[in-house]
Design a protein around this ligand. Sequence first.
Ligand code: ATP
Length: 250
Amino acid sequence: MIHSQLPAIQFQGVTRTFADGDRAVTALEDVTFHVPRESVFGVVGESGAGKSTLLRHMNGLDHPTRGTVLFDGVNLATLTKRELNQTRRRIGVVFQSFNLVANLTVRQNITLPLKLQRESNHRRVDELAEFVGLSDRMAHFPAQLSGGEKQRVAIARALVTSPTLLLCDEPTSALDTHTTGEILGLLRDTRDEFGTSIVLVTHELDAVKAICDTAAVFEAGRLREILPVSAAAAARGDSYLEHVRAELTA
Ligand SMILES: Nc1ncnc2c1ncn2[C@@H]1O[C@H](COP(=O)(O)OP(=O)(O)OP(=O)(O)O)[C@@H](O)[C@H]1O
């Protein structure tokens, strides 16, 4: 059961260490935060900050050495493999490199998560094709699409099981500026239309500024700060000085 008042996902004192030969590498250190339901939540950090490790914990591919990750209030580390698979249907993932299946059409790619569960839902697939603006490309193969179109297919595929949480791992890093704007707009529309909570992991601060409500800043496995992005944007509009200060010192 999904409790609407619960955060979409919650980290409580999460530490993850890896053995690297004789020494231990700490990828995440005592990380505590939550992603509010129906928010667009940015995660930023330089290379090695722990972003990938964080995402792997969010979709149950990895578990903490210490601490807990709660999805819809449920500790992912306590689930059986079968329960985890069921739960992961409610968590969509979008990647930088799209990860489409080359020898399947757009329709087949979007349908794939349903097919793997031996389900079909033609209406949902058509609805999502229209939502991402690809209704007229359903018989095309990935190689016939632009980068932006491929990412649209990937977003439709991620949404086909109606996830409550959508994890986006550098979704616009392979795209040009204009296409980036379109894909970010589509992610914001996803939240607005379906109420999906979105986590946007990126090194592009402009992307965070464009659509995130909140951003978590990671450095060397530690959560340094949670910034309210929309509040900063509102402050920017108040005066020219604030606008310049925010632009130049952000
Ligand atoms: N399986 C592993 N074994 C050993 N060390 C690991 C493992 N996974 C991650 N690390 C280490 O944990 C730290 C955080 O890595 P992570 O990949 O999460 O960072 P990141 O912010 O995603 O970096 P990037 O932006 O380069 O992908 C790094 O020092 C990395 O070397």
